[in-house]
Design a protein around this ligand. Structure first.
Ligand code: ADP
Length: 458
């Protein structure tokens, strides 16, 4: 039973049954309306014909002077023949309708379907009552009429069957066409599930299916990106961890073998490497959190001026240590935007700490806001070492460092900007950089003032 149901409970079968059911219903409706109309018209036509035949018979009776009963056999035979010629049954009675002079339908079986009675009058005198009738079985009487009716019935039936066949075929084809797209979508979804990330659904068919295909393709794209990212990350991480680990291992081995002395300086070096490892883990944690932030932003309308000022104040001490002039340029108007406060603080902090980190003593770092009706731009400028044009396109990549040794010395792991980028994009914004080596860099990001979910369909 369950198996049967699941084989019937398929979109193609359901669509077919629905389409066929509707066309069957409509055809039957048209057919019965037609039959009803045809029957009514035919009945009216029969009644008219009956009346006309009755008067024709009376004319014949007058012409033959067969008016006064009782009728002779010859007269009765003649009248019967005449009635048969007109395709009707007849009864002729006296004026009081007590004596029947002739009745061609004596048995009255079957009962007459239609009848028409009228007085037979000639020269102002009423001679009797004539009743003409059709029997229930019409075909016995009026061959032509019956043939016509039968022909009509046959043709209607043929047309009905033809329409039914057509609706079966069209319902089947339509159901197949519509379910073909869903079948294709299922196939692609299965392929994606099996790890074939490059599978894409064709964007065809009705609007809803097209939207479904687009969503599925975006999902596959997202999965593919995630998968590639995971691969890349694993490789990068392995590489990142291997270097300090190898150093640590060889240092420890040398100490254990007695080659090096376990003095403060050596242990300090080992401690630094371990610290680096621990920082890497922290940053990785932050990046994972940032990646997840796309789906869990706590958006609220915030005063961006206050927010940036707070971060600026937090960095004053760090700048002072390097004698760097840290300047904050607020917007001229109070500026509000819908953001996740913590994430925004993180982005600005990453930019500011980089600017201070990569700016030599006595330099200048400026953080400022430009507010527009629909978006807000926050920029961070420094008079630091700058970035070469070759490196610029990659600075937002994960674990990318312009100068590995330099960054190692200054503690950077190449994750700060990628975290900033992920967070800005999660807010529906974009982040940019301009730099002249030796003169300084300008990082800026723009976010819309009212938040829209990024993964909304177009
Ligand atoms: P890191 O943790 O190494 O600073 P980031 O992702 O924050 O990683 O930065 C990536 C690279 O971009 C850095 O290694 C550095 O070389 C370069 N960079 C970032 N900000 C600046 C800046 N303000 N001036 C010069 N170079 C910068």
């Amino acid at each position: 039973m369950k198996k049967w149901f699941s084989s019937v409970n398929r979109i193609q079968v359901i669509l077919f049954l629905a389409l066929f059911g509707v066309s069957l219903f409509l055809t039957s409706l048209v057919d019965s309306t037609y039959q009803f109309n045809a029957n009514q018209l035919f009945t009216a036509y029969q009644q008219d014909l009956l009346n006309v035949n009755a008067y024709k018979l009376i004319d014949d009776m007058r012409a033959q002077n067969i008016l006064q009963g009782p009728l002779t056999d010859k007269q009765a035979q003649w009248l019967t023949r005449r009635a048969r010629l007109y395709g009707v049954q007849m009864r002729y009675e006296d004026v009081n309708r007590t004596t029947v002079w002739i009745d061609t339908n004596v048995a009255s079986e079957p009962a007459p379907l239609k009848q028409f009675s009228t007085e037979v009058i000639a020269n102002g005198k009423t001679y009797g009552y004539l009743t003409v009738m059709y029997l229930a079985n019409f075909s016995e009487l009026d061959n032509q009429g019956a043939q016509y009716q039968n022909e009509l019935l046959l043709r209607t039936r043929i047309a009905y069957i033809a329409v039914l066949c057509l609706s079966v075929i069209s319902s089947y084809l339509l159901a197949k066409l519509l379910s073909k797209h869903t079948a294709k979508l299922t196939e692609v979804a299965m392929a994606i599930r099996m790890g074939n990330w490059s599978s894409r659904a064709p964007v065809r068919g009705p609007l809803e299916l097209k939207q479904l295909s687009v969503t599925l393709n975006e999902l596959a794209q997202e999965l593919q990106t995630q998968e590639e990212w995971r691969h890349q990350l694993m490789a990068d991480l392995a590489h990142e961890i291997r270097t300090p680990l190898t150093t640590l291992l060889s240092e420890m081995e040398a100490i254990m073998d007695g080659i090096y002395e376990a003095n403060e300086e050596r242990l300090g070096g080992i401690y630094e490497e371990m610290e680096r490892l621990s920082r890497l883990v922290d940053d990785m944690e932050q990046l994972t959190e940032a990646e997840g932030a796309r789906f869990s932003l706590r958006i609220k309308s915030r005063n961006i001026g206050h927010l940036v000022r707070n971060v600026y104040q937090n960095f004053l001490q760090m700048a002072r240590e390097k004698d760097i002039k840290l300047i904050f340029i607020p917007a001229l108007v109070p500026c509000f935007a819908e953001v996740d406060q913590d994430k925004m603080i993180q982005v600005i902090s990453n930019l500011l700490s980089n600017a201070i980190k990569y700016t030599p003593f006595f330099g200048t770092v400026t953080i400022g806001i430009q507010w527009h009706a629909h978006e807000t731009t926050i920029y961070c400028e420094d008079t630091g070492i700058g970035i070469t044009a070759d490196d610029l396109p990659f600075v937002f990549n994960r674990l990318y460092r312009v100068d590995k040794s330099r960054s190692r010395a200054s503690g950077g792991l190449g994750l700060g900007l990628s975290i900033a980028k992920v967070l800005v994009e999660a807010h529906g914004g974009s982040i940019h950089v301009q730099s002249t080596p030796g003169q300084g860099s300008r990082f800026w990001f723009t976010i819309p003032n009212s938040y829209k979910k990024v993964e909304q369909l177009p």
